[in-house]
Ligand binder design. Sequence first.
Ligand code: CDP
Length: 212
Amino acid sequence: MIIAVDGPAASGKGTIARALARHYGLPNMDTGLLYRAVAATVRHMALDPTIEADAVAACDFDEELLADPTLRDDETGQMASIVSAHPLVRASLLQRQRRFAAQPGGAVLDGRDIGTVIAPDADAKLFVRATPQIRARRRHAELQANGSVLSFDKVLADIRARDLRDSGRASAPLVQAVDAATLDTSFLSIEASIQRAIEIVTEQTGQKFVTG
Ligand code: CDP
């Protein structure tokens, strides 16, 4: 079974995707990390993220980088959204994501274009939403826990900037697949969001993949 989980920054899609992977015993790929690794490599190599050829050169990043916790910082997220707008960067990371999705038994992938581009035939598709304020509050708390001193207002401005960039780009913009179910986590606890996600997958797959 392939499960596609898409949505904007800090909507809760990563937590939901990890929980679905655990529940169904499937491997999980956080595809945002790939774009974050490209962004970090651009920075290490002192390249220009706005130049497509520079960003493409960074797609051949070191695998070990994917385990680096600094990939999760806000600055890397912003730069990831710049490099990810280049069509050749997306093309360069496409096969890797499709191979992961196509492994025997299936997989859970989360990102921006999983249900639309990477796995349009996924068995289940979720589009996770929450208001910008609530997403900023969550991201702010997460960043603070990791020692960041960014203000709430800066985090909210960054989230809005990233939403605009991710939705406005020509190549694989952040849009909900027509056959994806919306899961609004604005007023749901993590547990309730996960429960609802499992219900959606069950509804979409018609009990084909029930687990114990
Ligand atoms: O966790 P958060 O939602 O903040 O970010 P992420 O999922 O790690 O993604 C970082 C950036 O990578 C996003 O702002 C997107 O621009 C880009 N991205 C993308 O274009 N396509 C994906 N499938 C995943 C991420």
